[in-house]
Design a protein around this ligand. Structure first.
Ligand code: ADP
Ligand code: MG
Length: 614
């Protein structure tokens, strides 16, 4: 017996595709407002959209009949014939959004066209119209969605914490705001104003969303071809991020995702990014005839099919390369001189020390079995020849250091330090310490300066990251276990990394009332002040609560490495100093700290010569 589904059930099923969370409802409502020609859009939320999600626009509004029709499935003013589907220039066209939202919430619509005296008020709850009347209201449209998913408990339960939902909402708003700088946007949450974006031009809109700091980090991209017009901005290589962040593609003013085009951009950055920072920012806008793309392949229209995909890939790649090339003519030094030792300061107009030519593999994945074991087995044992050479390749042809030279004969007097578990005698090499902060050592091409703390961070970072992916680490029991009380949100966040913490050797247990007790720390790492570190870790995790597992583990490893490397400038024993250098160069990326700051500087012989010229 085949029966047609009743409308309200069909709508609810459709809603499952269109409306997954408050942010997806917001996306549809924002798009409708833009389609309606609004120049000012206000979004008001209560409880991250769970209780109330309202969008108010000053667009064209609707008459009473249309206002009612708008909630019918497949009701749209935007396409009439199949041909229209190929020439879509509006966001919406399926006529599904309002029907879907109204199937899973209480919706109130108020709308008035400019020339009408009275407007229309409609109330719909779970697809059922409960009120429709004439009403006095402002020009434009207001849609208030209350108690989203009240009749779909499973969906409601599936919603994440307010902070996560809000993050998704902000993301949707940003995507629309980044396409329509001429429209002003406001976002209110629990009556706090989160955004107030005045109408402006594109660059300024990006700044108001991303922060003024980004201004000097943006490079213009612009290319106009018969196939496509591309404009927008890419970030300078040095400002790339360690996690995927501000990466935006838009086509005909519609946000979309594209790993394929992303690759075109990443390729253009090849060799330019600092290691560990594989994600350049970009804001790329494609314009092309609507019939050359298909936006109808994804329910939320977030994936788009391009007819001329491969050609556009090439054009995009070339455009970004060109932009980066132009910018490179005016050099900006990626390597700061912050760590320079107390020897004569390098003069401003001296050429900068040659930065190591670091090659990076943006697709490096430490979880990949083969690479993982190879890279880290090396780190665990002797300094791998490969890494030594790789660093020096970029600096000089040959070096005084010979990693293959027989190990130094004399063992140090001091016992083997806990923090540097090494079981070989490091080669003797001339080495000097400066205030416990820097190590100075001659190399063939000049003088190498190493920032001890950053070096230590790098070593520990790679070790922790390694430990997170291999066997469970041993725990050293605390004699005086420390308790830490957290906010409920922080407590929940800490739980999300509980397994990882255990894996690296932390014994942290719930102690009731959002309190945890730190019973033990990793035996293989320097002990740290757990309370303070947990606070820093939580701050890092808060930045991006939705992070993928890998990114979360990286954050964990960074914060641990920073905490464990400490802040003090105690001088090292000569054994420790030698071992530090060996361990550093056994790392995958010896030249940068886990946060992407240089661990070392090289002052070339030529530079030193020049200082004695006068
Ligand atoms: P679609 O946008 O795909 O057409 P929707 O369900 O989102 O489908 O909207 C249905 C119709 O309701 C739209 O085609 C439009 O005519 C009308 N509409 C929706 N929101 C607004 C608004 N904010 N202002 C004016 N008209 C609107
Ligand atoms: Mg729509």
């Amino acid at each position: 017996m085949i029966q047609l589904l009743p409308d309200h059930i069909a709508n609810q099923i459709a809603a499952g595709e269109v409306v997954q969370r408050p942010a997806s409802a917001l996306k549809e409502l924002l798009e409708n407002a833009v389609d309606a020609g609004a120049t000012a859009i206000t979004v008001a939320l209560t409880d991250a959209g769970r209780t109330l999600l309202q969008v108010v626009d000053n667009g064209c509004g609707m008459n009473a009949a249309d206002a009612r029709m708008a909630f019918e499935r497949h009701a749209t003013s935007k396409i009439v014939r199949m041909d229209d589907l190929n020439a879509i220039s509006t966001f919406g066209f399926r006529g599904e959004a309002l029907a879907s939202i109204a199937a899973v919430a209480d919706v109130e619509l108020k709308t008035r066209r400019a020339d009408d005296e009275a407007g229309t008020y409609i109330r719909i709850s779970a697809s059922e119209v409960t009120a429709q009347e004439a009403a006095a209201c402002a020009e434009g449209t207001s849609v208030a969605v209350r108690n989203l998913f009240f009749n779909v408990p499973a969906r409601r339960r599936f919603l994440k914490s307010d902070s996560v939902e809000l993050k998704h909402i902000v993301m949707e708003l940003q995507r629309v705001a980044l396409c329509y700088p001429a429209i002003s946007f406001r976002l209110l949450h629990n009556s706090n104003e989160l955004y107030n974006l005045p109408a402006t031009h594109l660059r300024q809109r990006i700044l108001s969303l991303m922060g003024k700091d980004i201004n000097q980090r943006l490079i213009d991209v612009m290319v106009d071809t018969a196939v496509v017009q591309i404009k927008g901005f890419v970030g300078k290589p040095a400002s790339a991020k360690r996690t995927a962040g501000d990466q935006y593609f838009f086509v005909n003013n519609r946000f979309f995702r594209s790993p394929y085009f992303q690759k075109a951009i990443f390729n253009a950055y090849q060799q330019l990014l600092p290691p560990d920072r594989a994600y350049p920012s970009f804001f790329i806008y494609f314009e092309l005839p609507p019939d050359r793309i298909d936006v109808n392949i994804h329910p939320a229209k977030i994936e788009i099919k391009f007819e001329d995909e491969q050609v556009i890939f090439q054009i995009l790649h070339a455009a970004v390369r060109e932009a980066l090339g132009k910018f490179a003519v005016v050099p900006s030094i990626d390597f700061d001189t912050e760590g320079a030792p107390a020897i004569p300061v390098i003069r401003k107009n001296d050429p900068p020390a040659t930065p190591p030519q670091v090659r990076i593999d943006p697709f490096f994945n430490p979880f990949e079995e083969e690479k993982k074991t190879a890279a880290f087995r090396q780190a665990a044992n002797k300094p791998p020849v490969k890494n030594w050479q790789r660093l020096y390749d970029g600096l000089t042809q040959n070096t005084d250091f010979d990693p293959d030279a027989p190990a130094g004969a004399s063992l140090p007097d001091s016992p083997e330090p806990e923090s540097l578990p090494i079981n070989y005698a490091p080669p003797e090499r001339p080495l000097m310490q400066l205030r416990g902060k820097y190590l100075l050592t001659p190399i063939k091409s000049g003088l190498m300066l190493i920032d001890c703390r950053r070096a230590q961070q790098r070593i520990l970072y790679e070790r922790f990251l390694h430990n997170l992916t291999t066997s469970v680490q041993e725990t050293q029991k605390e004699i005086f276990p420390q308790t830490v009380t957290l906010s409920p949100v922080d407590y929940a966040l800490l739980e999300t990394v509980a397994d990882d913490l255990k894996q690296i050797g932390y014994d942290i247990r719930p102690f009731g009332n959002n309190t945890v007790v730190v019973n033990g720390q990793p035996a293989s790492a320097p002990a740290i002040d757990a309370a303070q570190w947990i606070e820093e870790l939580l701050a890092a995790l808060h930045e991006n609560p939705d992070d993928l597992k890998r990114q979360r583990q990286e954050k964990l490893a960074v914060s641990l490495a920073k905490a464990a490397a400490g802040n003090s400038h105690e001088s090292l024993t000569s054994f420790e100093a030698q071992a530090l250098i060996d361990n550093l160069f056994a790392c995958r990326e010896p030249s940068l700290s886990p946060e992407g700051k240089p661990t070392l500087q090289i002052i070339s012989i030529e530079e030193i010569d020049r200082r004695f010229l006068k």
